[in-house]
Design a protein around this ligand. Sequence first.
Ligand code: SF4
Length: 461
Amino acid sequence: MRIYVETYGCWLNKADSMIMITLLLRRGYNIVSRIDDADIVILNTCAVRGDSEIRQLKRMRELYSKYPDKIFIIAGCLAKVRISEIRKIFEGKCIIVGPNDVENIDKIIDTALRGERKIFLSEDRPMTVLPDHIPELTRHIYVVPVQVGCLCSCTFCVTKYARDVRGKVKSYPIDIIVENVKKAISKGAREIYLTGQDVACYGYDRGYTLVDLLEKLLSSIDRDDIFVRIGMSEPEAFSKIANQVIDIVKRDHRIFKYFHLPVQSGSDKILRLMRRRYTVDEYRELVRKIRREIPNATVVTDMIVGFPGETEEDFELSLELIRELEFDKVHVARFSPRPFTEAEVMKDQVPDSVKKARSRKMVEIANEVSLKRNLAYIGKICRGIVSSVDQKGQGVVVRLENYKPTIVKNVNEELVSAIVDVHVRDATPINLLGDIKNIVVEPIRMSRIVRICEELVEDAS
Ligand code: SF4
């Protein structure tokens, strides 16, 4: 049986796809990279944004009309949020698999092969299966989901509903994570991405924290040629462990000096309407602490423009915060009213034209700020890992020790996974440009690479 997997959304969703692929390969199924060749099609969906939802539903209609005889499995957050719409598209002939059911995909396919077309929406997640590292699919990058759920209830967030678990947070046991990361490294992994819905609340359900996981992981790996990236962290939960995490990042060069802390707005009024659990001042202090302790740290954030009730003054406060804290990257999103959220029905909805103008303005400011930061790298020699092939096919992308992307042209993909020193020659708001000065650690030799189809949301890294 041949199976095709298409993934939408964040790194946690990608990790869920790798869990499904892991279980299916263990059962002897073949994973194919072309939908024509597949008997079963799995779409692992994302519910975060309205415009992406429209694209995914359109994709489903196209696929079902072109391949009515294939078995369709619709998984992920949108599968839970839009059950009836999706079942209607497939005339009831698709299987719905919620985010909590990915660890049962092999048994779910057994039901499909018996001709059943059921809906699987478990209220809880077993947290027993982690993805294998499959170099043919992900080269030297191992994405490991460490937790699901979060401790917040932001009024705009549909993920909270889609990925709801008993007890709010579910974490994989430290030992299982360490064991799987070590196995992945022994199979050629060199970049380890710790991902989750809110990595900062890892271990909340098990009486330990992200700090314990990082300490255990780093003390268990006697390799120097690896890089670990800490995934997205909700600022309030992160502030509780900030000092310890910053210490570890300063102490161990194997952790990317990279922090992804979504602030969402620069206005306290809007943060309250969003039910975020920090003030602008508290957030400011958190970023200042990181910058003080690790001056070349990369700080990335997310901003929502056009949240209900956002005035020009509120918006200006968000722009001001970007200028003041000088983020290396800002993911700018226009407020998208999502089902099962309070914000969807809030009064004072902002017109689309205003959202559009504000997001354009914010991207402009964010680019000015990130360019200013990137220009400071010109002339420097920086260490990094050749992380991927450049999507424009110009060369490769080297991720520096602070995860900053550096394009190196006219270098072939054989060098992917090598650790190199780069001489930075130029900068744009999005990335640096440079030449490889020397190869510090040779690349991992890969047998063959299979591409699986992915639609990335702005590379949610
Ligand atoms: S922290 Fe807020 S935005 Fe993030 S997953 Fe939880 S409820 Fe959603």
